[in-house]
Design a protein around this ligand. Sequence first.
Ligand code: NAD
Length: 323
Amino acid sequence: MTVLVTGAAGFIGAHLCRRLLGEGHEVIGVDNYADFYPSWIKEGNIAPLLRSKKFKFIARDLAELPLRKLLKTVDTVFHLAAQAGVRASWGTHFSVYLKNNVQATQKLLEAAKDGSLSRLIYASSSSVYGLTPDLPMTETSRLYPLSPYGVTKLAAEQMCFLYCKNYGVPTVALRFFTVYGPGQRPDMAFHKFFKAILDGREIAVYGDGRQTRDFTYVDDIVEANLAASKKAKIGHVYNVGGGHREELASLFPLLEAICGKPVRIRWLERQKGDVLHTWADIDKARKELGFRPRTDIRTGLQREWEWILKLYSAPKKALSRKG
Ligand code: NAD
């Protein structure tokens, strides 16, 4: 089977490509190396994939590709390309979110209208829930995004739904809850915490540390994508979370134990767009996809720390193309 992974050089996309190649699929990866974070990190993600003869990489903007022609050659699409990150989505930068999250998705869906895809799996986000009063959050909870990023993720999710209903595009949306593990984006909390600890700096914590998150290990996200490509009901939405939530401050002793260094904290004001709590009800994914999150937070964070140590000790020039 040939599959298309958009956002292939990103954190989750690269893990997904590796797993798909391991399963024997032909994989076409697309990524425009958006400059949200340094391209040498993305090149480090892509480099091992390029060793596989079954991997074809297109370093272009999704919206600029002849998508109709490309989709004729693939069976399944995993659509992860997006401008991620809640905090950067305010102000003039919003246009980038609109372009990469909404307009690029609409172009992909237009191109998929007359195709014969078996599924198009869209990477949605817990940020669509925002201020929903329900905890845990279920797929039927009311949606109140609290950030411009959340609005664009929801707009694209709804775009998937309407192309499904009107044109029969076989879309499925997976709402990922805070993903972590090796390869995590440098703007995300654990990556920033580990890097600060490595550098002997204080870690910056927004709010009072009482916020809770449902953290999901990246391999579990990958498993959910694979399961969804085979078993998900077309037109449906599924939560994909670690299945339990952690209070941020309660994890600091664990970070100290993993890094073997004291954690010093600099408390900062809560950021606009940050929700207080996320917690996924994953019953639907359990029942319909057979999804079971397998990696506990201690194991997952240990693996991320080991990756951080390697990442920041590797000679970056060898990886660097442009940034
Ligand atoms: P990432 O930034 O590491 O990966 C996204 C990739 O998409 C990047 O490499 C970027 O260069 C590429 N991209 C952006 N716009 C593009 C375009 N127009 N054409 C081609 N490539 C483009 O982010 P990630 O954390 O791996 O997230 C992957 C997906 O999962 C995103 O859709 C994100 O919204 C979603 N998601 C992530 C999380 C998380 O915790 N990481 C949580 C919920 C949802």
